[in-house]
Design a protein around this ligand. Structure first.
Ligand code: GLN
Length: 250
């Protein structure tokens, strides 16, 4: 079996080593005998969203987001069609913001988003920075039985994202700020699209979430979603170390 994983704008949206999420997904495929096919595409380069299994969009500064918006808008129809067809998407911070209606910077200037998700982002004066712990939303947790019901990561954003209709939060903030530091929500889920402010990169310390993305991609292809269990001892130690440090969990 092959899974095609695409990194969109790797030269512009990779602010905090977010490409590590691609490396984690590829490794967890290879460790199971699944061949990862890694694609990359940036400004002006063709992409077949329907032909891929997982799309990854990382984080970036306001400047980079402004540079890519025109190119991204040209991709809206194809991406929307693939998302409605169940394409798995992981979007981080700036990449997450661009799936919504707009991102209004501290200058007041608005960067248009794709409007695929009913979310919008308005930058605050104070950047939201620090470690984060999230309790996964039941709509996310219920998809797969996993060892953790939490996500751990690191956030650094000025944007405050608010969720509208037809979307669910990725989870509830147990430590840190999350989407906006006001409503205790972090991230978003819409069909197989996941957005989050968690950098780190996210997936190495959250192997259960990486496997969730792989399971959804395999299910969409009509294959058996029974992923073989991996020895995640180190990953689990790293996850638990953050829970202990941030939540004083045993
Ligand atoms: N530029 C956006 C913000 O500051 C996104 C930052 C990021 O991707 N880390 O909110």
């Amino acid at each position: 079996m092959k899974l095609t994983i695409c990194h969109l704008y790797p030269d512009l949206l990779d602010l905090y080593g977010d490409r590590g999420n691609i490396l984690a997904l590829a490794a967890r495929c290879r460790w199971r005998g699944i061949e990862p096919v890694i694609q990359q595409a940036s400004l002006g380069e063709d992409l077949d969203f329907m032909g891929m299994d997982i799309l990854f969009i990382g984080g970036g500064s306001d400047r980079e987001q402004g540079l890519l918006v025109k190119d991204l808008m040209h991709r809206e129809d194809e991406l929307r069609k693939a998302i409605e067809n169940g394409l798995v998407v992981l979007s981080i911070c700036g990449g997450y913001q661009m799936l919504g209606k707009y991102y209004q910077m501290t200058s007041g200037e608005k960067i248009d988003g794709l409007g695929i998700l009913d979310i919008w982002t308005i930058a605050g004066e104070k950047r939201l920075i620090g470690n984060v712990v999230v309790e996964l939303h039941e709509k996310v947790l219920g998809i797969n039985s996993n060892k953790f019901s939490t996500l751990v990561g690191f956030e650094n954003h000025s944007g405050k994202t608010h969720l509208g209709e037809g979307v669910s939060p990725l989870g509830k903030v147990l430590f840190g700020h999350g989407n906006n530091g006001e409503d205790s929500r972090e991230g978003v889920r819409y069909r197989n699209v996941f957005g989050t402010y968690l950098h780190g990169p996210l997936l190495p310390k959250n192997p259960h979430f990486a496997d969730l993305l792989l399971e959804l991609a395999i299910l969409r292809r009509g294959f058996d979603t029974c992923l073989t269990t991996l020895d995640d001892g180190l990953e689990e130690l790293a996850h638990k170390a953050m829970l202990k440090r941030l939540l004083k969990q045993a």
